[in-house]
Structure formats: C-alpha cells, structure tokens
Design a protein around this ligand. Structure first.
Ligand code: ADP
Length: 385
C-alpha cells in the first residue's frame, strides 16, 4: 500500500501561470515596463523539484542595471508557491530582438521623431527659464519633477543647461544612459527619467558648443532618448535668452515657459527678458515662481534677504507684454535644507517634506498637476454630421 500523498508535496510544483505572473511584476528599471512585455524573457524552465531557471535578455551586454534586474527577478520568483530555487541567466538580445524592442517602444517603423510633438501627445512640456544663473532654476526643476513623480505621474527632465548642467548631481545620478543602437535609455531617479549633457562629457569639462551644436544636441535628446509616454517633461534651460531658448521654441512649439526669479527687482528685470521671449516664439507662459523669497527666523518672523515683490511685479509685467494673466505659482523660502538636499542628491520634497520650502514646491507641483494634460493645439478628430 502506498503512503498517502503529503498535501504539501502534492501542490509543490510551481504553476507556470504563477511563475509568469511573478515575472510580469519585474519592471525594467530604465524602460519602466514589465520585462515580459518587452520581450526580455527568453525562456523559463520549471523543474520537478521546484527550481525555476529563467533566461533574461538584456538590451546590451554592459547593461548597468543587470544586477537590479537579476535581484528583482530572484525576489519575485522566490515568492511563488512551490519554488525551491531560482536561477536567473542573463543573455543579450540579438539585433532582430533589439529591433523588435525598439519598434515596440517607438511604434511601427521605429522612426525618429519628437514624440511630444505628435498630434496625440498629451505630455505637458515645461521649459524652466530664468534671467540669470543662481536663482534656483535647477533646484526648482528637480523638486517639481520629483514631487509630481511622487504623486504617481510619469515625469522626465531634459537638462538643457549646457554650461551649468547640474540636474544629475541634484538627483544623485551617477549612472550613464544605456545606448541601444540609436536609442538612448535615460537613467531614472526618484521615478524621474533624466537626461543631461553632463552624462555625455567626461569629468567636469566645460562644454564649449556653439548654437548649432546645442540645437543638434537638444534635438537628439528629444528624438533618440526613450522617455515613453510622459505626463510632464521639464526642460532645464540655461539662464538668459540664448540660443537654446530659441531651439526649444523650434523643437517643442507646444512647450510652456515657467519663469523662476528671486524677489529682487533687478532679478525680475532680467527674468522679464527671458520670459518675454515667449512673445517672439509664440509660446505661452505657464507662470512665475519666486524663489529665495524670505528666510524664516527662529522667532517665526520673515527676513526678506533679497527684498520683496519681484515675483508679483514680474507676473504683472509679463502679463501686460503677452496680453494674458500670468499666475504667480508660488513663493519658495530660503532654506539651508534645500541646498543640503541638492548637495546630497536628495530633493527636499522627499528628504524634508515637512519643511516650508518643500511645502511651497509641492504646492506649485500640485497646480501644475491640476492643469489639464496638453490639449491646446491638439486636433480633435471630430467630424461634422
Ligand atoms: P540655477 O539653476 O538658477 O543656477 P541652482 O538651482 O543651481 O540655480 O541654485 C543655486 C544655489 O542656490 C544652489 O546651491 C542651491 O542649492 C541654492 N538654492 C536654490 N534655491 C534655494 C532656496 N530656496 N534656499 C536655499 N538655497 C537655495
């Protein structure tokens, strides 16, 4: 007489569907989609003893995130009932597999175009401008993007501040983008996809490019970098009214401008010139952000180190220049923790969410999130009856 089957052993073999479901929870860190959807799972073998062997196809051999993918797959598969051991083998896609992936990501034909200009694109594109450097334009960009990503929005940043690129450091990014043929996969930090000129120069070399090269670089960022479907894209522009502002207007005509200034009258004057370029390029101004507005004193008072009123004056002046009302989206106080967060690569909206500066930034992000996704200029396919 045979011994009764132990129920634990009877249900031991992992079910293939459960293994597939587990693999579908493994997200490619750069492409932000399940590896099962991306054609990255080459083979799965489930042995009778419960050992699962899975072969994962990487886009390129030197994929910087191979360890993350291995660990995530190990973890997901280990949790499947009946799995006794997991072996993740890494292989590399062949050209046909890479072509299929690119086609899946870019759409049929895999053509190079700026996805944000497609008629169906709902991405809100914000070009963050300032009159001069040092007013906190990059810090504001990084914190707004991070705050929106923390709310679950899909967000990207193009650091187009070619002379003063600082976004990677502000977000603690040391990883380089991954290049898959002519497609560039941007590193992701705090859920934000980031591409920067700083990722393409070695060391801390200054970039001495002239206008046409800057235009080409920006164009390449917008066509070759795979951002996927974004809710918001931020462009961190160089200060002033240089070539890049004109290039942005040409390459991304639907981009709206966010102007960052300090409360100082002189700063508002130069910021006005940066904002007023919108009248020449036909772009709209989404609003003004006043940074370094005041320092909160231990007694609760406010010290206005850089004067006051710059943001309000700027909104009025820009409003009368462009002929529409421009909102003052917020006033961000001076806060040492904002600078420290930047130095540490951890944006203050995540690192010190209770600080007044973080609250102001989150408030501004909330206003941007509340704006409808990019319908202006979008052709609706309505037919008269
Ligand atoms: P920009 O991009 O306009 O050149 P940054 O974002 O690089 O300016 O900011 C310049 C410096 O000022 C950085 O050291 C940054 O940490 C600091 N900073 C910006 N905004 C604030 C603020 N509200 N409080 C304290 N420091 C700030």
């Amino acid at each position: 007489m045979s011994a009764p089957m132990d129920p634990a052993t009877a249900s031991a073999a992992p079910r293939p569907e459960a293994v597939n479901d587990a693999l579908a929870t493994v997200i490619d860190p750069e492409l932000r989609r399940p590896i099962t959807e991306l054609g990255m799972v080459d083979s799965v073998h489930i042995a009778a003893n419960g050992k699962v062997t899975v072969a994962v196809l990487l886009t390129i051999a030197g994929c910087p995130l191979r360890d993350t993918i291995t660990a995530d797959a190990q973890k997901a598969l280990s949790a499947v009932p009946g799995v006794t051991a997991v072996d993740v083998e890494l292989k590399v896609m062949n050209q046909a597999q890479r072509d299929a992936l690119k086609e899946k990501l870019r759409g049929s034909g895999g053509q190079r175009k700026i996805p944000f200009n497609e008629p169906g694109s709902l991405t809100k594109v914000y070009a963050v401008a300032s009159g001069k450097g040092g007013v906190g334009k990059s810090s504001v960009t990084v914190n707004l993007a991070t705050a929106l990503a923390a709310q679950g929005l899909r967000v990207g940043i193009v650091d187009a501040d070619v002379y003063g690129f600082s976004v990677p450091a502000l977000m603690g990014i040391t990883q380089s983008p991954t290049q898959v043929d002519d497609m560039i996969l941007p590193p992701v930090a705090f859920g934000v996809k980031v591409i920067s000129i700083g990722m393409f120069v070695t060391g801390n070399k200054p970039v001495a490019w002239r206008g046409p090269m800057l235009h080409r670089a920006l164009e390449q960022f917008l066509t070759d970098v795979y951002f996927g479907d974004l809710d918001a894209l931020f462009l961190d522009l160089p200060p002033g009214t240089g070539d890049i502002a004109i290039s942005v207007a040409q390459l991304l005509p639907k981009a709206e401008i966010l102007v960052v200034t300090t409360p100082q009258a002189a700063a508002a004057d130069v910021a006005e010139r940066a904002g007023a370029i919108a009248t020449q390029t036909g772009q709209s101004i989404a609003g003004v952000i006043e940074n370094m507005s005041y320092l909160e004193m231990p007694d609760g008072g406010r010290m206005e180190l850089f004067g006051s009123g710059g943001g309000a004056v700027l909104t009025e002046r820009l409003g009368s220049t462009v002929g529409t009302e421009i909102p003052l989206l917020g006033q961000i106080p001076l806060d040492i923790r904002l600078r420290e967060g930047g130095d540490a690569g951890l944006p203050i909206v995540l690192g010190q969410p209770d600080s007044p500066a973080a609250a102001a930034l989150v408030g501004i992000a909330g206003q941007l999130a509340a704006r409808p996704r990019g319908l202006p200029g979008m052709k609706l396919d309505l037919q008269p009856r």
